[in-house]
Design a protein around this ligand. Structure first.
Ligand code: MZP
Length: 510
């Protein structure tokens, strides 16, 4: 027990003498690396939702990452990219029920290689509109539909081969230079990717519009994407081969929100709150159990100690999120004085989870949420007992996050703002009952360095994680949890850990 016994004679708070620590204060000590322990043999699978002794989790991640329930991180594009790489996004709940459900639906309807047309015009638009659209979206293939929407009746296609920007009159109507429907090779809605690719090759076209029986555009299939669809061995899907997706919910409008998300096909829900040790969360879980039994999975949190974990475990949570105040954009600790070092929280809650498992035969995965800065922090969090990690800053840096990429002071950055900032105005996440408003900010609006594509970055991160695990002599997350050796570090040894006492030539890695 971490809190010392209350002195019965005096009325006083429970005071913990243990220092609340964070990942930076620890390092891993190598274990024996056997010849079998090579990065290609490492298994990063981990359970997402609870299971009973002797059975298997109904959702197993192929890598231990989920993306944060945040406007600036998890929309359908991020969810698709992450699930294709073996993780799960929780689509942010600080939006209308309809738009969140629509994002979930988009992920569930995603079919590799079939993309919804994102640049569309009507035949009455002009060459100038085509040029503007190209500039704005970066797409050079533009679908021409009767109403200019992505699912309107397909009337033609415009590519850069159809016009000469400097010679043609910019007022020229699209209908005068588009390739009309009659001249297009199209595929029928419902064909497989293999069939679509065969048509592309047989008919020597670059783009294949897929249309339904009414002639409405459903998707485009591109020749250039042919190869990229073959190499996603970690893709995470349900029994019907649809990508797995999660969604954040709150403890206010859950009776309306959850049914719509379930209808849209969501695989797992998570109550999004900065402080999850509350009766509101218990009631929300009870609603799910009463309405759907165990068929709808729901995570809860955030908590930072045994008491909080046991409360949500008894309430029936499918996984429990750990972390208060450690997020990169979070100022909760400064504003409210609430929180705990992320490492200490994980260590205690992981013990609570193991004890709960011993006592009740139920393994409830825990998620370390927020505060990951270095890639080795990820291994530390897992070694300390986390089953998987939720990250915001990490994912916000990629092309697939929903925010703007900007050039500031000669450096590319992406915007990243907290759910407790005035920009997100997600008051439900910080709700303590009472009026429905955000009373004070608990998060900031910021930039993070732009880092490129999710897939490329994941490759490097997972490579590093596997290298660290090899050093620890462990081949799986389970083995890492059981066998890792972790040591506290002094502040002077942190200095020793970086380049020191030399004049560094190139500072790119700092
Ligand atoms: P990080 O990965 O950027 O360090 O932390 C992301 C986590 O910070 C989120 O998953 C969430 O738990 C938390 N968060 C989101 N918004 C705020 C805020 O505005 C916040 N305070 O703390």
């Amino acid at each position: 027990m971490y809190f010392c016994e209350k002195l019965k004679l005096y009325a006083m708070a429970q005071i913990s003498n243990e220092i609340s620590r964070t990942f930076n204060e620890y390092l891993l000590i190598p274990g024996l690396t056997t010849k079998e322990c090579t990065p290609d043999r490492i298994n990063l699978q981990t359970p997402l939702v609870k299971f009973t002794k002797g059975s298997k989790s109904e959702i197993v991640l192929n890598m231990p990452f989920v993306s944060a329930i945040m406007q600036s991180v998890s929309d359908s594009e991020m969810a698709i990219a992450l699930a294709r790489n073996g993780g799960v996004s929780f689509i942010y709940g600080s939006q209308s029920i309809e738009s969140q459900a629509e994002m979930v639906r988009k992920v569930k309807e995603f079919k590799a290689g079939f993309v919804a047309s994102r640049a569309n015009l009507t035949p009455e638009d002009t060459l100038q509109d085509v040029l503007d659209m190209k500039e704005k979206t970066g797409f050079s293939t533009i679908a021409i539909t009767h109403d200019g929407s992505s699912n309107g009746r397909l009337l033609g296609l415009v590519t850069s081969r159809d016009y000469r920007p400097r010679r043609d009159d910019e007022h020229k109507k699209v209908k005068e230079f588009m390739t009309p429907f009659a001249g297009l090779v199209t595929g029928k809605y419902g064909i497989t990717l293999e069939e679509a690719n065969n048509i592309i090759w047989d008919k020597k076209v670059n783009t294949l519009p897929i249309v339904d029986e009414k002639g409405c555009l459903k998707y485009l299939v591109f020749r250039k994407d042919y190869d990229s669809h073959k190499d996603n061995p970690n893709e995470l899907h349900d029994e019907q081969k649809r990508l797995i997706v999660g969604a954040g919910i709150n403890t206010r409008d859950y009776e309306e929100r959850i049914p719509k998300l379930v209808e849209a096909g969501v695989d797992v829900l998570c109550i999004d709150s900065s402080d999850g040790f509350s009766e509101w969360q218990k009631e929300t879980i009870e609603f799910v159990r009463k309405t759907y039994g165990d068929t709808v999975k729901i995570g809860a949190g955030n908590v930072v100690d045994t008491e909080g974990f046991n409360y949500l475990a008894d309430a029936g949570a499918d996984f429990i999120k750990v972390g208060i105040g450690g997020g990169s954009i979070c100022i909760t600790r400064e504003q409210k004085g609430i929180g705990r070092g992320q490492a200490t929280s994980i260590i205690e809650v992981a013990q609570a989870r193991d004890e709960y498992f011993k006592k009740h035969g139920q393994y409830i995965p825990i998620c370390s949420d927020g505060g990951i800065v270095q890639d080795y922090h990820m291994v530390l969090a897992l070694a300390m007992g986390a089953d998987f990690l939720m990250m915001g800053r990490y994912f916000a840096r990629f092309d697939e996050s929903p925010t703007k990429k900007l050039l500031i002071g000669g450096t590319y950055v992406k915007e990243y703002w907290g759910e407790g900032s005035n920009r997100a105005r997600n008051w439900q996440r910080y709700d303590m009952g009472g009026n429905s408003t955000l009373k004070f900010e608990e998060g900031v609006d910021s930039y993070v360095p732009y880092a490129g594509k999710l897939k490329d970055n994941l490759e490097i991160t997972l490579g590093k994680i596997k290298a660290t695990m090899c050093s620890c002599g462990t081949l799986s997350i389970e083995e890492l949890k059981n066998n890792a050796k972790i040591t506290l570090v002094s502040s002077t040894s942190i200095i020793e850990g970086g380049a020191h006492d030399v004049i560094v030539k190139d500072n790119k890695n700092s």
